[in-house]
Ligand binder design. Structure first.
Ligand SMILES: Nc1ncnc2c1ncn2[C@@H]1O[C@H](COP(=O)(O)OP(=O)(O)OP(=O)(O)O)[C@@H](O)[C@H]1O
Ligand SMILES: [Mg+2]
Length: 286
């Protein structure tokens, strides 16, 4: 199994030692294969992520990122291989799900019964065994909404929030559990700039607290200075595991002004990498 030593310090100048080499593996995937019908989606993934790492999972559309994340949280069953989470093996051991936060890839805004932001966040405190809210839930919900910069929107109906704000509510729902590991599938795809910045601030604080973060992204964007490691998938195989790709020079320059909108209407494909061996600018792959 390939084991990559995590970076000891965060690039971006925080300078906090976040991970000791040899820290406990939080995510431990071995020789993982996933099939769906005739498709062989994941083809032998080895991935070990240790406590305190902030890892970006990158790759083109259809490369298998969501499938890998779903295998991690147990909603997709491997055809071969093993998945370990917080020291427990999926399918065999009891996994401490209460220590895991998960934000799935967004599939439309959806309609249905109107809920307030606070109600959605509070649902993150329920679990399979407990169908009532724990003591002190109001304060925890308030704190989680504050964490994503929406403290003043607790009583707003989800429908009146922007796409980016709705996504922040879903992140708050994962955070309210106070997870040790947080898995997010494209949390900033197509969201407005303030929501991207709020998310980056959240990831920074989580990193400082030692929470292990695995985040699927199409481009590093605001997280460029925060991820300690990047894993790139291509056609269901890990093709890069190590240093995050560096932003293009002009993007990295302090004087660079973003001319392109990062708003709900624009979903840009990865263009922020300067990887000498990237054959195709559409793919964040070495
Ligand atoms: N249940 C399924 N049945 C058949 N094929 C599937 C299934 N789920 C995913 N796939 C296929 O597996 C491949 C990987 O899908 P996956 O959603 O994991 O990719 P992704 O990297 O997350 O893509 P995106 O960037 O678009 O979110 C795609 O070709 C997809 O069409
Ligand atoms: Mg996906």
């Amino acid at each position: 199994m390939r084991v990559t030593e995590p970076a000891r310090t965060r690039p971006g100048g925080i300078g906090t030692v976040v991970t000791e080499p040899g820290a406990e593996p939080v995510i431990d995937v071995g020789r993982l294969h996933v099939h769906a019908g005739a498709s062989h989606i994941l083809r032998g993934i080895d991935l070990t992520i240790r406590a305190g790492e902030t890892v970006a999972l990158l790759g083109a559309n259809g490369s298998g990122k969501s499938t890998l994340v779903k295998a991690l949280v147990g909603t997709v069953t491997p055809s071969q291989g093993t998945v370990g989470l917080l020291g427990a093996r999926l399918g065999t051991d009891r996994v401490p799900w209460e220590r895991v936060g998960y934000v799935p890839q967004r599939v439309g805004a959806g309609g249905g019964v109107p809920s307030t932001a606070a109600e959605v966040v509070a649902s993150g405190l329920l679990n399979g065994r407990r169908w009532w809210l724990p003591r002190g839930w109001r304060g925890r919900v308030r704190d989680a909404l504050g964490e994503v910069g929406l403290a003043d929107r607790a009583d707003s109906a989800m429908q009146v929030l922007s796409g980016g704000q709705q996504q922040r509510v879903l992140i708050a729902r994962a955070l309210v559990r106070d997870p040790d590991v947080l898995v997010l599938d494209e949390p900033v795809a197509g969201v407005d700039r303030p929501s991207q910045e709020a998310f980056a601030a959240t990831v920074r604080r989580l990193g400082e607290r030692g929470v292990t973060v695995l985040v699927v992204l199409h481009e590093l964007g605001e997280l460029a200075g925060l991820v300690t490691r990047a894993v790139v998938l291509r056609h269901g195989v890990v093709v890069h595991d190590g240093e995050p790709p560096r932003p293009r020079t002009e993007h990295g320059a302090a004087t660079h002004h973003h001319q392109h909108p990062h708003d709900d209407a624009t979903r840009r494909r990865p263009a922020l990498t300067q990887n000498p061996v990237a054959a195709d600018p559409e793919e964040v792959a070495p």
